[in-house]
Each structure stands twice: as C-alpha cells, then as structure tokens.
Design a protein around this ligand. Structure first.
Ligand code: GAF
Length: 398
C-alpha cells in the first residue's frame, strides 16, 4: 500500500526481495533477473492521447517488479502476488488475445504483442515469470501499464530483442487494447517507459516525439499529492470508449482525420457544426491540448508554482465539458484547493480513481486532513492520500 516518498530506496528493495523469494517458492528455483516499471500520474493532458494530441505525465515512485527465468521449452508460466497459488500456463506458439482472461491477460498479452511487433516467438525459449507491485490498483495510476512495461522490458532483455522504448510502449498499448480489451491511448506506457527522476514526459502523441522536462517540485518546496477516491474505475467498460467515440465523431463532422488537426481557433466553427454534447467533448480536447503546451511553457519560464491555474482549468473542463468526473473527485479537488493547494485536478481516464494536488510542503498535512474530513462529512469512503515523486522508467534492477 502507498507509503509515500520517504524511504523509497528501502521500500523498493523490499518489493524486489519479496518478488525474488516468492518466485523461488512458486517455481522451486531462483530467477535469473529482476525488472521493474513504474505507474504514472498525468500532470496534464487528459484524453488527448488517442486524439493524436499532447500529454505531460510523469512516472511515479510506485513500481511493478517482474522476476524471470528462461526455460528450456516453449512454455510461458506466469504467477503473481495478485493471485496467490495460481500459475497460468501458455505456449509461446499459440497465444491468442481472445483466449486471455483475468490478470494473466496483461503479461501474456505482452508476449503476444511482442510477436505482433516481430519477435520470432516460435524460435524463442519460454519463461517463468512472477509479478508483484505496489502501484495502487484501480486508482488511475496505471498499474496495468506498469505490468505491461515491466514484462516487456524483461522479455526484451532475455530474448535480446532490438526494440526501442517507444516501440515497447506500443507493445504495451497493443496488449492493453487487444488482450485486456481497453481502447486506451499511448500515454501510460510512454510514461512508464520514458520517465526520469524529477522530470515529466512531454509527449506528442502524433509524432511520438518525447521530451523530458524538469519539474522542479522539490526545489520549489512543492509536493504532488495523490488523493485516491477509492471509487474504482475500469477502462474496459462504457464511459471511456464512449468519450473516444464522441471525439472520433467530432473529428469526422469537422472533416479532419483527428482532433489534433484542430486548435482552439477552430472552436467557433465547431460550435456551428456540432451538436451541443459533441461540441463540449471537442472543446475539452482542443483546450486541453493548449493547456499542455501552456503548462510546459509556464514551467520552463516561471517554474512549477505558476502552473496551478492550468491544473484547475483542466479539472473544470473534464468536469463540465468532457463529463468524466465523479462527486468524490470534485470534492477532493475543491477541498484541497481551499486548504492551500496551488492547483488540483482529477488525473487519468476518469469515472473514479485519483485526483492530484500540487501543494506547498508546509500545507501538506492541512490539505490531507481537510480532504479526509470532507469525505467523512459527505459519507464517502475514506480516501487514501499520499505524495508521489517523479521516478525513472522501466529498468533492469538486478
Ligand atoms: C487512461 C488511458 F489508458 C490513457 O491512454 C489516457 O487516454 C487516459 O486514460 C486519459 O488521459 O489512462
């Protein structure tokens, strides 16, 4: 469970040791190596990724670890701390997305997706895998991308595949889209592959050009607080896909291949052409793309204390135009702001999950207790509130 940034090194090594010993228990031999990949927080740029737009997430100090050992045959066996006692077996040569279910669809989906990107699965040796994670599940922090990226990084190493990090992000996305069945974009896997300590990943989802940009929260005495509402979301169900469909319909009605071809200057025409609901969906995307660019520029020119209003405006746009917020997220945002956050917004796909608040260190305790108290007052499930720091991307740990 979330333990904050304090003692991250010690905590990270605890998670690794647990995975190493659980691997040995399950498979009766030691793993040959250990890999990890982080979850992410999106600072700004929501639902813009599948519209070929801009995003600005960062990898966080919560990770998924994968212990692995090669086999002499073509079996892939996967076990995980999420499903104690269960070992799922598949053959490298007959993996099909339609046959993958439950938690094992994530790792096995990645194996299949590597094959789709050209890995010669028929010529490779199988593996035993064990997966553990401290990325909160269902909180909108991309626990699924963390699994996909950790598995993709591990397999790429042991199979000596020549894939760069952007390609591995696409492999993870393909697994998510086809094996898990969530029609998500490229943001989460990109953040998990490309993250760097104290940096955000500014990504153009059309060209896939990525630039890491210093966040400087620590130097400015700011903390990024995650407020997990405990309202569980799933992107494999209705709302996310419906928003994606609205965006596609909006682009079509505006006669462009994607909303990236439009900017805020096209809003007057969009308002004439589109029905009210589609117009509001499109307005969110066009203004959000602009806010990502403004955030990156503001951060560079004036530092992180100056980006608060952009975070606030992003939340309002998601709440009113894109309509993906829930009362718990709105409350967390509103109360954290009143208690001293300089900016606050829901993060991730929406319909639950977490909000983030950028908070002066001196106000941290006050913000957390105000939000907790407001949730109790509203009879909402108690939120889980913890700071995160920007961490490095997928890597071999040992
Ligand atoms: C989820 C998806 F996985 C991302 O691709 C992105 O669309 C995000 O929701 C919304 O910005 O995390």
């Amino acid at each position: 469970s979330p333990s904050g940034s304090a003692g991250e090194g010690a905590h990270r090594s605890d998670l690794q040791h647990a995975a190493l010993s659980r691997f040995a228990e399950v498979y009766a031999h030691d793993p040959q190596g250990l890999w990890s990949a982080p979850g992410r927080v999106n600072l700004i740029g929501e639902h813009t990724d599948y519209n070929d737009g801009f995003v600005f997430p960062f990898a966080i100090n919560y990770r998924t670890v994968v212990a692995l050992r090669s086999r002499d045959d073509q079996l892939v066996r996967v076990a995980s701390a999420f499903a104690p006692g269960e070992v799922v077996e598949a053959s490298l040569t007959d993996l099909e997305p339609a046959n993958l279910h439950g938690w094992s669809a994530y790792p096995l989906g990645v194996v299949w997706a590597l094959g789709q990107f050209g890995a010669p699965l028929g010529e490779l040796r199988g593996v035993d895998l064990f997966i553990d994670s401290d990325v909160p599940v269902g909180a909108g922090l991309s626990s699924s991308a963390a699994i996909e990226c950790a598995v993709a990084a591990a397999l790429t190493d042991v199979w000596h595949l020549d894939f760069d990090r952007q390609t591995l992000a696409k492999v993870g996305q393909l697994a998510e889209n086809k094996a898990v069945g969530a029609p998500t974009g490229i943001m989460d896997q990109s953040a998990s592959m490309l993250g760097r300590p104290d940096h955000g990943v500014f990504l153009d989802c059309r060209s896939l050009d990525a630039e890491v940009i210093e966040l400087g929260f620590d130097a400015a005495d700011l903390e990024l607080l995650v407020m997990d509402t405990r309202v569980s979301h799933s992107h494999a169900t209705g709302g996310y896909a419906a928003r994606r469909a609205s965006c596609e319909a909006g682009a079509k009605a505006m006669d462009v291949s994607s909303l990236r071809d439009l900017s805020v200057h096209d809003l007057p025409r969009a308002e004439e052409v589109l029905d009210d609901e589609t117009f509001r969906r499109v307005r969110h995307i066009l203004t959000e793309n602009q806010r990502v660019l403004d955030t990156v520029r503001t951060l560079r020119e004036h530092g992180p204390t100056a980006i608060g209003e952009l975070l606030d405006a992003s939340h309002v746009s998601m709440r009113d135009d894109f309509e993906i917020s829930v009362p718990e997220l709105d409350l967390a945002v509103e109360v954290s702001r009143r208690a001293g956050a300089i900016g606050s917004r829901m993060t991730g796909g929406g319909f639950g999950g977490a909000a983030i608040a950028l908070v002066p260190r001196a106000r941290l305790a006050e913000v957390a207790s105000a939000v907790t108290a407001a949730f109790a007052e509203a009879s909402f499930t108690a939120p889980v509130i913890f700071p995160v720091t920007a961490a490095g991307g997928a890597t071999r740990e040992r």
